[in-house]
Write a protein that binds this ligand. Sequence first.
Ligand code: SAH
Length: 382
Amino acid sequence: MNPASPKTNLLGLTRSDLEAFIEQMGEKPFRARQLLKWLYKRAESDFDKMTDLAKSFRERLKEVAEVRTPEIRLTQVSSDGTRKWLLSMASLRGKAGADEPIDTSQAIEMVFIPEPGRGTLCISSQLGCAMDCTFCSTAQQGFNRNLSVAEIVGQVWLAIRELGFEPGGNRVVTNIVFMGMGEPLANYRNVVPATEILMDDLGFDISRRRVTVSTSGLVPQMLKLAEETNCALAVSLHAPNDELRDELVPINRKHKIAELLDACWQYVDKQNARSITFEYVMLDGVNDKPEHAFELVRLLQGHPAKVNLIPFNPFPGTQYRRSSPAAIERFRDICNSHGVIATTRRTRGDDIDAACGQLVGRVRDRTTVRLGSKLISVAVET
Ligand code: SAH
């Protein structure tokens, strides 16, 4: 509920939520289905444009409901077609206006990557992150708060509005990955209904193989996710042994690699999924040596796994460097020649800093305060 508005935000309601809302209004259940399609599939917020809804119903809706989205504060388009937006979440809480400076502690980045035959949108699940991975720029700003369901699906809604449809009527956004800011499974309560809306055939209607939740390895939530939803899963592995992973991805101190992989294979079994994608950020001299590749092969060989090698994106203050192209190629070849499929993620949108965490980083002129192990940001626009 927005303190500034007594109206219900329809954005973020699942099919059953909306049905309950419509019933409460004393309207027929099929109205919920009509409304869902306008709301998500057509990304419409103006009730007057929902022409197949009875006029009296539209008038009543206007009194009690609205569609409240995050707000686009900056847009950048790369020469390679990659797009990046800075979104403010403050508007959903009634705290911002377009003429006010950007409060970057309430901002996330969203990136769209066009490729032949598909368009991938990278969205966020939290403001900041508490996982503290050493190579991740989001970790530097600490954890602020979870995003609500409306704030999560609102990102997709805005991208569809911005990018629209192809001449044949197909949507430009075809794939969604939770690889922006935050740890999706640490915001399980909101991420699960968001994936439900994304995959619902009356909602955004994106196929289950095209919605990917990426996790640093919250094992109990992974096991729960296997029972409760059916989206694709990516796991940020980044190291082939516990000693190194303990350092790079601190959640590993709690859930070791063996336990993590066991949860992955259970996920595949329960979901009848094709495979799990393992993300592996390539850090020069840290995790990119041939012996690391051989260790990784031993972990994944014979399992339904794909490895995605991600060249490290440096950011100010980091101690790491990106692995050389030769090291990345050698690593990839060792995996592939031993039956573990590995591909290298192409870096995109370099000219607009579209790599992880970089737009917020650039806008921010941040005063950081350390509170325990967390960094809290007090930010102003530069
Ligand atoms: N918390 C989730 C999702 C967000 S991170 C997770 O850990 O999976 C999404 C991906 O970006 C992860 O694989 C993460 O390791 C990677 N990433 C983070 N910082 C990076 C950087 N500086 N360079 C390259 N990849 C990075």
